[in-house]
Each structure stands twice: as structure tokens, then as C-alpha cells.
Design a protein around this ligand. Structure first.
Ligand code: KG4
Ligand code: ZN
Length: 336
């Protein structure tokens, strides 16, 4: 049977990315042009700058993805693109690029939900993984606990009430002077700290047992810093990083394992930028092993934003018959 090649484009936040994926699981190229260097100057993603940088890079990134995969646009079966959720101006660049290529080359256009992309990152390196399974998606914009019922079909068990987990990492990192993006920096600094030095709160919602809330732990860090400044108690950044990280990891592991047991799921996957966190990966792996649950996680490069995961999701949507028209638009708050 003939191979199916997807050219995928991702531009929802601050990475301009393109990838060619063969038969849904084989990544032929994965090009990521990061804008982190410029946003770091402002302490976070500046939407206007993100859009402009995407426009500057998108053609080069697509060309590089085709070249690395050693294919031309004529070989491609469909164009996949993230159309939401994300920054509207950033998303629009990828959507316009995908539509232009699809129109010019008369190829099918397949819009992809960014979170479906994150979940699909798990298929790249785990050929045995197929729905149904439980997945915790933990990124800068989202924290969701879902049952993946089928490719592209989700039952949402829980979500964050306020900040996303990655957002909390970024805000705490900024508060202790680590800069943007905070997740990887806290991950690194926490290795030198004591995770039990400070007892930060672990939020549990009585009425919604799989929901998350991370604004409380973030505020507790800010309060701790203020208290230290007022009393002259030394501020030990490594201990704060390690203790904060431990509080977040405990909640992420606890909710996921409880859901797996309650719903009799024997496979658990994690996805999204925070899924590359070393402490989380180790804690989740240990908890899964203890409970006899099979644990899946993408390599860090497929956890943070990339187009390969969008290509995988687009492949399964394409096979289901999903096609979008020339009226496909960016949807910044697209629902799962
Ligand atoms: O999935 P992603 O690249 O973009 C979104 O869809 O939001 O996730 C980015 C988020 C940021 O908040 C970043 O600080 C966090 O993931 N992150 C991490 C780590 N690497 C990235 N958080 C904790 N530990 C890490 N190693
Ligand atoms: Zn993402």
C-alpha cells in the first residue's frame, strides 16, 4: 500500500514549526524555529512579536521540513495545521500558510486541535499505544485529564480552574528571578534544592476530584518571598524551586493515578511542555509501576510545541475523513 505523507505546520505560540510525517507515526523531519531568545527580553511571549516572527520564518521552516524529509510538495497527501487554541495572530500565520500550499498544490487541508496534537506526540515513539488510554496534558496554556476514547475523541475528566501548570512554573520562575521560560529553569534549579524545605499547598477540589488549581501554590510562593523579605529570612531559590515543583508534581501524579484507578485504565500517558519535567516523569513512572499501570511519555523534544505531533494528529483526522475548506480560520479558544 502507498505511504501517506502529511506536511504539518504549528504556529500557535512562540515556535514556528513544520514536519513531514509518514503513515501517522514515522517522523521524517521535525523543524522548530524557536522565538524564545527574543521573548526572553520581555519576560514572556509578546503576541505582536510572535506573529511577526512567524511570518518571517514560516516559509523557511516549511522548506527545511520538506528538504530534511527528502520530499517535494507533490509527494505530500495532505496539509495539517494547528488552528486553535492559541494566540490568534500566531495561529493565523500557520493557517494562511497551510491554506496557500493546499490551494496551490490542490491538496486536502486538515485543521488540527493543538491539544489533540500534544496527545498524539505519544504515538511517535510508542508503536503499541492505541486508544483507549488515560492522558494528562500539561502545558503552558492547558492542564487537562482526559480519556482518549479513540483517535481524536476525548472524554474530559478534569481541567484547571485557573492557571495551567506551565503557567505556574513560568510565574514562579519570574518571581524568583529565573526568567522566561520558567519550566526548564525550575526543573534544573530544583535538582540543587530540598523538595521538602517549604510546605506549599496541594489543591484538591471536593466537587470535581480530577480538576486542578495552581493559582494557590503560585500565591503561596509569592507570600513566602514577601515574608522572607520582611523578616530577613534568607531566600533559598533552589529550595523554593524544588518545593514548588514537588507540590505541583504531587497533584499531577495524584489526580492521574486516582483517575486511572477509578476508570480502570491500565495505560497512562502524559503530554505537553511540562511533561518534559524530570521530577514529574520520575514520580509518574514510579507511581505507575507501583499500581501496575503502563506509563507512556514522549521524548522532551515532542513534549514542547512541535509540528510532528500535529502531523500525527492530522494523519488520523485525514483517515477519518476530516477535511477543512478555504474558510478555515484561527480559533484562539477552540474547545476540545
Ligand atoms: O506545550 P508547550 O510547549 O506550549 C503550550 O502549548 O503551552 O508548553 C510550554 C510550557 C511552558 O509553561 C514551560 O515553562 C513549560 O511548558 N515547560 C516545563 C519544562 N519545559 C517546558 N515545565 C516544567 N519543567 C520543564 N522541564
Ligand atoms: Zn503546546
Amino acid at each position: 500500500e502507498k505511504d501517506t505523507l502529511i506536511l504539518a505546520i504549528e504556529s500557535s505560540c512562540d515556535e514556528t514549526a513544520a514536519s513531514v510525517v509518514k503513515n501517522g507515526r514515522c517522523v521524517l523531519s521535525n523543524i522548530i524555529s524557536s522565538q524564545i531568545a527574543i521573548h526572553t527580553l520581555y519576560g514572556g511571549v509578546v503576541p505582536e512579536i510572535a506573529s511577526r516572527k512567524h511570518i518571517e520564518k514560516i516559509n523557511q521552516v516549511v522548506e527545511a521540513a520538506l528538504k530534511e524529509a527528502d520530499v517535494t510538495l507533490d509527494d505530500i497527501d495532505a496539509i495539517g495545521v494547528t488552528y486553535g487554541p492559541g494566540l490568534v495572530g500566531a495561529l493565523l500565520v500557520g493557517v494562511a500558510e497551510a491554506k496557500a500550499i493546499a490551494y496551490a498544490k490542490k491538496k486536502p487541508l486538515v485543521g488540527v486541535h493543538h491539544i489533540e496534537g500534544h496527545v498524539s506526540a505519544n504515538y511517535i515513539e510508542h508503536p503499541d499505544l492505541e486508544p483507549p488510554f488515560l492522558c494528562e496534558i500539561i502545558s503552558g496554556g492547558h492542564t487537562h485529564l482526559v480519556i482518549v476514547k479513540d483517535y481524536g475523541s476525548f472524554e474530559i475528566l478534569g481541567r484547571t480552574r485557573d492557571d495551567a501548570a506551565g503557567e505556574a512554573f513560568d510565574k514562579v520562575a519570574r518571581a524568583i528571578g529565573l526568567g522566561y521560560p520558567g519550566g526548564p529553569k525550575i526543573d534544573k534549579l530544583a535538582k540543587e534544592g530540598n523538595p521538602h524545605a517549604i510546605d506549599f499547598p496541594r489543591a484538591h477540589m471536593e466537587d470535581a476530584p480530577y480538576d486542578f488549581s495552581f493559582s494557590g501554590v503560585k500565591s503561596a510562593v509569592l507570600n513566602h518571598l514577601n515574608k522572607c523579605r520582611m523578616t530577613g529570612e534568607p531566600i533559598v531559590e533552589a529550595d523554593i524551586a524544588a518545593s514548588f515543583q514537588q507540590a505541583v508534581v504531587d497533584v499531577l501524579v495524584d489526580n492521574a493515578i486516582r483517575a486511572a484507578k477509578d476508570y480502570h485504565m491500565d495505560r497512562l500517558a502524559i503530554a505537553g511542555g511540562v511533561a518534559s519535567n524530570g521530577a514529574l516523569r520520575a514520580a509518574m513512572e514510579a507511581a505507575c509501576e507501583k499500581e501496575g499501570i503502563r506509563f507512556y511519555r514522549p521524548s522532551p523534544i515532542f513534549c514542547t510545541d512541535n509540528a510532528a505531533m500535529i502531523g500525527v494528529a492530522a494523519y488520523y483526522e485525514y483517515r477519518k475523513g476530516t477535511r477543512h475548506g478555504w474558510d478555515l480560520n484561527a480559533v484562539p479558544n477552540l474547545k476540545l
